[in-house]
Design a protein around this ligand. Structure first.
Ligand SMILES: Cc1cc2nc3c(=O)[nH]c(=O)nc-3n(C[C@H](O)[C@H](O)[C@H](O)COP(=O)(O)O)c2cc1C
Length: 218
């Protein structure tokens, strides 16, 4: 218990941002997210695009892990992974998911909830081609989330794949590619003094491209 208390006090950040002024917030959450991502980058937040991704299987059993956000646009927030992984299996059964960013240096959190869809194969191909060759090899040999007998086996498979593709491009595995989360709720959280934090939530309206904004109690 003590060590947990020590850790949380270390994490408690002294940065208390200017607070959220709804009048200054963008009409759409993608633009607002872009502003906060730019703030995170300019404040040297470590791994600003590392995001917790929560999924659940068909029975509602949850599972969480960190992935790297690759891109975002009005279409959604995208990341790349193995479609046969635990998260991939969850998403194929139940495409409801949630993403959570935590930018400690700014004492900010962003929560995104919505449905996840596969990116078109051409976009996965293009991103796969842009990756370092060693990462491509890793994607080819990793049966992500399956049991691995031992580390040596993984390294041997990587060496064999390097041999196999020595003089040619590494093809994207069919079960490796991108997903995007199309949000229906996006919440921006700003830590404030005395835990009187600010929360501003965007909720997608029935009309195409529309959002309503509301404040939430901390
Ligand atoms: C900082 C960080 C970034 C990561 N980025 C990714 C990623 O972009 N894609 C991915 O599939 N796994 C990524 N991982 C690994 C995942 O957290 C996880 O171990 C893996 O995807 C298997 O998860 P699953 O068994 O729930 O499918 C990352 C882990 C960390 C700590």
């Amino acid at each position: 218990m003590n060590s947990v208390r020590r850790t949380t006090s270390l994490l408690r950040n002294e940065y208390h941002g200017a607070g959220i002024d709804p009048g200054d917030f963008a009409e759409d959450p993608f633009l607002q997210f872009e502003r906060w991502m730019e703030d995170a980058i300019s404040h040297s937040v470590k791994e600003p695009n590392a995001v917790h991704l929560a999924t659940a299987d068909a029975e509602g059993r949850p599972s969480g892990r960190i992935v790297l956000l690759r891109d975002f646009s009005a279409k959604g927030f995208s990341f790349f992974t193995n479609y046969s992984s635990r998260k991939g299996e969850d998403l194929e059964q139940n495409n409801h998911a949630a993403m959570t960013f935590f930018w400690n240096e700014l004492y900010r959190q962003v929560r995104i909830v919505g449905k996840v869809y596969r990116l078109p194969a051409e976009e996965s191909d293009a991103y796969f081609r842009s990756r370092p060759r060693q990462s491509q090899i890793s994607a080819v040999v990793s049966q992500q989330s399956r049991e691995l007998e031992n580390r040596e086996m993984l390294e041997r498979m990587a060496t064999e794949a390097e041999e196999k593709y020595r003089d040619r491009p590494v093809p994207r595995p069919e079960n490796w590619g991108g997903y995007y989360l199309d949000p229906d709720h996006v919440e921006f959280w700003q830590g404030r003094e005395h835990r009187l934090h600010d929360r501003l939530q965007y909720i997608r309206t029935a009309s195409e491209g529309g959002w309503t904004i509301r404040l939430l109690y901390p």
